[in-house]
Design a protein around this ligand. Structure first.
Ligand SMILES: [Zn+2]
Length: 93
């Protein structure tokens, strides 16, 4: 995946949390409140894409608010809160 620069993206607010993003000849649409963008990176990974980051700069909102809870420190702590029992190598059973 190529890295993209947020500064090269033009952001146009259409209203009601809808944005149009222009990057060269490409155009993308996204909705911040629905955490969706037609580039599909955000929709598939639940990690904000470069276009959503550009939109939050215009919206003056925190990008962390749009990352899925699954990636939070709390989710990580819950995942590893229990005991993870060691597994013996099958050769020694
Ligand atoms: Zn996107």
């Amino acid at each position: 995946m190529r890295c993209k620069e947020v500064s090269k993206i033009q952001v146009f607010y259409a209203g009601d949390n809808h944005y149009e993003m222009r990057e060269g000849s490409r155009t993308h649409t996204l909705m911040l409140d629905k955490t969706t963008c037609d580039c599909k990176v955000w929709d598939k990974s639940s990690i904000p894409c470069v276009y959503s980051i550009a939109a939050t700069q215009v919206d003056r909102s925190e990008i962390e608010n749009y990352v899925h809870w699954y990636y939070s420190k709390e989710a990580w702590a819950r995942a590893y809160a229990g005991i993870i029992y060691p597994i013996s190598d099958s050769r020694f059973c």
